[in-house]
Design a protein around this ligand. Structure first.
Ligand SMILES: NC(=O)c1ccc[n+]([C@@H]2O[C@H](COP(=O)([O-])OP(=O)(O)OC[C@H]3O[C@@H](n4cnc5c(N)ncnc54)[C@H](O)[C@@H]3O)[C@@H](O)[C@H]2O)c1
Length: 236
């Protein structure tokens, strides 16, 4: 587990932290001394030092209620990781309007709702770290993933906008853009491992280490950046 500076005692929120990449991020931040809240439809069970809150990130009232509880129980949030996401793999012409809107409402609007709720507290602290989990597909687009790719492109520029607007207030905002990380989200795409230039899938722990660094006090001069973590799958 990566060791970074400046997380001790800080309050961190990780969305979609019930499993996969989000759970590893929550563990990495907690291992570095952060007080972590995990928001998910299915939050994690019995994770030491992690406050698990059942929350649908696309539901404005639910997000507000979760932040109210976090502020009461843990304190003001200074680290926000926007990780909750879904990946429907459907040809574009078969993508229903409902599926398009659901994908955007979780992957993009969900991130917006958490950012909007968290920023005022960060401004009072004069310190914040916002980290969006984008995707290589958010840069390149992708076959059978139009809604997903569009949502991730939106998330990535949303986070850059946070960087532009709040840099002077001690708040940094960056994106991590993974591809082909070995989690349940990949489903049948695991067979693509052989096509990754480094010759294997990435791990959730590798993504978590990168996020922990961006969340640390050592990363204060990095903002508005998209950091790829894809084994060379997309080199741009
Ligand atoms: N695995 C990859 O290769 C890969 C590649 C690029 C980007 N990503 C991104 O990384 C993030 C995590 O992906 P993962 O691979 O760990 O997937 P995952 O499916 O294992 O985890 C996603 C989590 O988000 C939660 N979630 C879904 N909808 C939610 C909602 N409405 N409210 C709250 N939580 C919700 C799920 O319950 C789940 O725990 C996603 O945003 C995904 O798009 C993953």
């Amino acid at each position: 587990m990566v060791k970074v500076e400046g997380l001790a005692g800080r309050v961190a929120v990780v969305t979609g932290a019930g499993r996969g990449i989000g759970l590893e991020i929550a563990r990495a931040l907690a291992a570095n001394g952060a007080r972590v809240a995990a928001l998910d439809l299915l939050p994690p069970d019995d994770e030491a030092g992690i406050l698990a809150l059942e929350t649908d990130v696309s539901d404005e009232d639910a997000v507000d209620a979760a932040f109210n509880r976090i502020e009461e129980e843990l304190g003001s949030v200074s680290i926000l990781v926007l990780n909750a996401g879904i990946l429907p793999l459907v040809p574009l012409v078969e993508t229903s309007t409902e599926l398009w809107e659901r994908t955007l409402s979780i992957n993009l609007t969900g991130a917006f709702l958490s950012i909007r709720r968290a920023i005022p507290g960060m401004r009072v602290l004069g310190y914040g770290r916002v980290i969006g989990i984008g995707a290589a597909a958010g840069k390149s687009g992708g076959a059978r993933s139009a809604a997903y790719a569009a949502s991730k492109a939106g998330l990535m520029t949303l986070v850059k906008s946070v960087a532009a607007e709040y840099a002077r207030e001690g708040i940094t905002a960056n994106v991590v853009a993974p591809a082909l990380i070995d989690t349940a989200l990949l489903g049948g795409a695991r067979e693509l491992a052989g096509r990754v230039p480094v010759g294997r899938l990435g791990t959730a722990a590798e993504v978590a280490s990168l996020v922990a660094f961006l969340a640390s006090s050592e990363a204060g001069y990095i903002t508005g950046e998209v950091v790829d973590i894809n084994g060379g799958t997309l080199i741009d």
